[in-house]
Ligand binder design. Sequence first.
Ligand code: ZN
Length: 380
Amino acid sequence: MLPSALTGAARPSYTRPPDHSESRSQRALAHRGLAPRATALPRVGRAATVPAPYPPMRAPLLACLTLLAAVTAPAATPAKLRVLIIDGQNNHTVWPKSTAMMKAYLEQSGRFEVAVARTRFTWKGDKWLAQYPAPGGGPVQDLKEPQADPDFAPDFSRHDVVISNFGWKAADWPAATRQALEDFVARGGGFVSVHAANNSFPNWPAYNRMIGLGGWGGRNEKDGPYVYYDDQGKLVRDPRPGPGGAHGPQHEFVLEARVPDHPILRGLPRRWRHPQDECYDRLRGPAEGMTVLATAFSSPEFKGTGRHEPALMVIEFGRGRVFHTILGHEDYSFEGVGFITTLLRGTEWAATGAVTLRVPPDFPTETQATRRPFAGPAAR
Ligand code: ZN
């Protein structure tokens, strides 16, 4: 029996955390020298309500001109969100390709502009490194073991959201770079952890708080509880001893929304099927300020726990927002339309606190997984 304080009610209704997106969005617009949309569009309307300089008899003409201006004025286009994908060391050899895939999917939505920062010393880039070099990046040296890159120092502050495609056994970053990421997110930046990014950096306390739950790398009860939903629909925080992180053989599985009214999930089916992937289980971590958005049943048939394991999560870290997806083992997993849709929406939400991206018509159902074959990097 678990202490009642460690259990939570099922299907909590989502309460929007303090929203700093507007000020951040406005800062982003100012950064590009663009007027915020809220002040750009109503300018016409404001003129129509100012009576002082115009005699009453001219008011109808002014109204017509105002209406004409409103109709003919080009619609303001929201500035693209600036995404930085970081990578370089990941036990999943597909990582150079999966970075290119995420970059293409994000850019094809029209909502994002994407840059990539790659460590100079890479690990397990394998055959994909030459085919998918980091755009604008310098030469890399692929090593037999991960090695710290003392020069890895992306300027996170130039972006709205950072996506990590690092993985298990990634070498530690320089202390200043770790601090820079902590400061970036704590001050309101977005962070997205994809699949094995939750294996990285087990000895970095702030990183573990950022991702909420992690696995492998010696993670165990010292790092926090197991978190899962039981068959009764109760969220359980389980402090019992044991290693963090496991998965059985890859298979298709169904994701189930636990907070369907969260902006990332709103409009999606309550249950949807994901193509072949690893269903992570037994993750554990601080899980502070964390909301489990969706779970996947970890089937004993595939060496699973028999629990409903967290698959999509959001975490508050200071003033920043984190989106965490366990999905994304192989390139065919990245092609899953459920993965793509939640990655894009989760990235937008992490950057702004809101989601404008629509649910695509090819989104999967509970019984039919869908994939969007990757045709290659977006044209430049
Ligand atoms: Zn994997």
